[in-house]
Design a binder for this molecule. Structure first.
Ligand SMILES: Cc1ncc(COP(=O)(O)O)c(C=O)c1O
Length: 451
């Protein structure tokens, strides 16, 4: 029998990130200044980000070197394994081969440190002392806390209230790495105080937490802002995941027919899928690439492709993306990291170009799929990842019906060890599915800026 775990040596770890901007058949729409409606320049972003990251954001170079110091840090958990889910295949009685790229091996337990350490590195190099950020599920906040600790940077995390209450151990993890974490909306910022004045019980949202972190960074000279998803440079850093996966498939002489990832802001999916999308553009591969989102926050499947703010308080530049409107507050589903009103502009652009597909699932069937996976493969996935698992399971079941032996791979973006409260609710039959009424989407889309 062939191998179950396909491993790369540290020497085989990719030494460059892949920038899809160099291969896009049509360039990305520009990012616009909310005041002038004109494309923004590097100086507009300089108060928030170090110049190296701003350059990566707009770079048209196909390959960007991973600094050696960073490669050394990546070696703490990279290269991550590509695993054949043989027991799950058997349980699903499918002729398909199912593989998963396992990002739960990082210190924070997800793909998020791949960009956290890169962002902390470039901030440190440019003399920044402190970083402010938001976190949905707590995965990003803990990844950045870990990264800031490595580079001796202060870190302040605004954590979406609903996750802060659901996952106290994520906060303790951040504090263990030396960061400060508050529930968002908080009283520490004007944006937070304004929301609390309107709704003292606000469950929070990623859009609100981003407003708080941006305000924090804009007000202090020693502080920059860091975003864990959505932006081009974040997806760029995550391409190490897809590039490793391609090398691992080369080792076993295979190539996937179906590539799947869950989407919150689009970073684990983007980083995993873009090297495969490149093969579709340059080698005319027929791979199906599927982004999976929750029906409670169906950004690509039900949102509009328009210019919108990345945050609730309208402080960010305008991004062309699928959006549910920056005021949209998703229902408190347990996949906190998928509760974002917008989507990475690159992921949206790939969808508009017909290079990727999108599907949406309610949370109960995702937990059902995650449990089927956990009972055969062992690993308990994060609720976000459970969405990718559900899509992989559906593909495998379709193969059972058609008899096709397709090769399916999904990005297993993180473990769910801090999400056991949600598993407990699912097992007790207490987990709600939220169908989003059309009126709620219409109401929220009414807030879109008129560009
Ligand atoms: C495990 C895991 N997967 C996926 C996501 C979704 O984010 P993104 O779309 O940026 O990968 C998150 C976000 O917190 C996460 O924690």
């Amino acid at each position: 029998m062939s191998e179950t775990k396909i491993l790369l040596t540290e020497k085989e770890m990719p030494k460059q990130w892949y920038n899809i901007q160099a291969d896009l058949p049509k360039p990305l729409p520009p990012v616009l200044h909310p005041g002038t409606g004109k494309p923004i320049g590097p100086e507009d972003l300089a108060p928030l980000f170090p110049m190296a990251l701003i350059q990566q954001e707009v770079s048209q170079e196909r390959w960007i070197d991973i600094p050696e110091e960073l490669q050394e840090i990546y070696k703490i958990w990279r290269p991550s394994p590509l695993i054949r889910a043989r027991r799950w295949e058997k349980a699903l009685n499918t002729p398909a081969k199912i593989y998963y790229k396992w990002e739960g091996v990082s210190p924070a337990g997800s793909h998020k440190p791949n960009t956290a350490v890169a962002q902390a590195y470039y901030n440190k190099k440019e003399g920044v002392k402190r970083i402010a950020t938001e976190t949905g599920a707590g995965q990003w906040g803990s990844a950045l806390s870990f990264a800031c600790n490595i580079f001796d940077l202060e870190c302040k995390v605004y954590m979406v209230r609903v996750s802060y209450d659901q996952k106290p151990y994520r906060r303790i993890m951040m504090e263990t790495w030396g960061a400060k974490c508050v529930a968002s909306p908080s009283t520490d910022t004007q944006a937070g105080r304004d929301i609390l004045a309107k709704d003292p019980n606000s469950p929070g949202s990623l859009g609100i937490a981003i407003s708080e972190a941006v305000e924090d960074a804009a007000k202090r000279d020693d502080t920059k802002y860091s975003l864990g998803s959505v932006l081009n440079h974040v997806l760029l850093h995550q391409t190490i995941v897809g590039l490793e996966t391609q090398k691992q498939f080369e080792k076993v002489g295979e190539y996937p027919d179906v590539v799947i990832g869950c989407v919150g802001g689009g970073s684990n999916f983007g980083g995993f899928a873009m090297p495969f999308a490149r093969d579709k553009i340059t080698k005319h591969k027929k791979t199906r690439i599927i982004a999976v989102e929750p029906t409670a926050c169906p950004t690509i499947t039900r949102g509009l492709y328009r210019y919108d703010f990345g945050d609730t308080a309208c402080t960010t530049p305008l991004l062309k993306m699928f959006t549910l409107g920056h005021n949209f507050i998703p229902a408190p589903i347990h996949a906190g990291g998928l509760r974002y009103h917008g989507m990475a502009p690159i992921v949206c652009h790939l969808h508009v170009l017909g290079l990727i597909e999108a599907v949406a699932y309610p949370q109960n069937p995702c937990f059902e799929a995650a449990i089927s996976f956990a009972r055969t493969e062992g690993h308990i996935p994060a609720p976000e990842t459970a969405h990718a698992i559900k899509a992989a399971m559906d593909e495998a079941i379709r193969c059972r019906e058609t008899g096709e032996a397709k090769i399916i791979v999904f990005n297993n973006s993180g473990h769910g060890h801090f999400d056991l409260g949600s598993y407990q609710k699912y097992l007790a039959g207490q987990l709600e599915d939220y169908e989003l009424p059309e009126e709620k989407i219409k109401e929220s889309l009414a807030s879109l800026p008129n560009m």
